[in-house]
Structure formats: structure tokens, C-alpha cells
Design a protein around this ligand. Sequence first.
Ligand code: ATP
Ligand code: CA
Ligand code: CA
Length: 163
Amino acid sequence: MHIAYLSAGSNLGDRRHNLKSALKRMDGAGTVRATSSLFETEPVGLRDQPWFLNLAFELATGLPAEGLLRFCQTTEVRLGRIRTFRNAPRTVDLDLLFFDDDVINEPDLTVPHPRMGQRRFVLVPLAEIAPGLRHPVSKLTIREMLQRCEDPSEVRPYDWADG
Ligand code: ATP
Ligand code: CA
Ligand code: CA
């Protein structure tokens, strides 16, 4: 069994429903063992687009990292993601943040996710479920990564029950 941490985001369509469906589908890759609360987040990069809902979750899986990435990509497509242009709005984006303590540098897969340290929308949810988890290269904990993160964009709590 492997322990993976993933980030899920949606800014198109029924965002809560998209994230709920994604989590349900990820149970097909293993067991979702912990889920953060939900956050509404300001788009970073391409800023002229709807705000995101983001969460992080922990998955126990028997799949290898490449297999998990493919499972995520299939899940994105099944939930209606259409790839148009870089940073375009999406129904669901599933990113692999950590996979055990593995460091992976393949053409189609980089783990730990190389941009997570610059993203409050990734670190804030992750810090809820794994504050003491250590980055295998920098050796910083998620809490420490969040303290050092200079991303000024807004990340605010969002109730699952809100409209
Ligand atoms: P970002 O990776 O900056 O969050 P994005 O999520 O919008 O951008 P996508 O279009 O979803 O980017 O994915 C582009 C490619 O990133 C995918 O085809 C995938 O092969 C690759 N990739 C590399 N490392 C990872 C990872 N850790 N998790 C998910 N995808 C990854
Ligand atoms: Ca992403
Ligand atoms: Ca992605």
C-alpha cells in the first residue's frame, strides 16, 4: 500500500458536485482516508476566470504513481474536463502532490508536485490533514511550507452546505 496526497479543484459548473463526484470516483483507486474542508480560492496565473473550490485528500492505494496519475486523468475526463488552453477553467483538476516519500522526475509526472510551495490554495487544505508531513527533498513540513509561502491570493473557508 502507498499513501498519496492529492489536490482537487473545480471552477466550472457545479463546483461542489464536481468535487464530491471526484472524491467518490477516487475510491476506485483505493481508500480516501482523510479529506480537508472546502476552500474558495482566487485564481492564480490566469486571473480573469471564476474562483475555484479546492480541497486536499489522503489516499491509500495499491496503484503505482503512474497508474494513479492515469486514474486521476481518466476521472477528470469522465467528470467532463475538456482541455482547451493552459490554465483554462476546468470542471475538475486532480494533482498528485506526494506519493510516499518518492521523488519522481518523469516527462509526464513530477512528484512532489513542483509548484505546491507557491500555492496557498494547495497548502492551506493540505495543512489541515497533514501539517507534519515532510517534503522528501526540502525536509520542510507542510506547516513550514505554508509559513514560507508568499502567495498573496485569497483562500477562504467555504461551507459544503453553502450555495
Ligand atoms: P499545474 O500542474 O501547474 O497545477 P495544471 O494542473 O493546470 O497545471 P494539467 O493540464 O492538469 O496542468 O496537467 C498537465 C500535465 O501535468 C499532465 O499531462 C501530467 O502529465 C503532468 N503532471 C506532471 N506532474 C504531475 C503531478 N504531480 N500531478 C498531476 N499531473 C502532473
Ligand atoms: Ca493543477
Ligand atoms: Ca493537473
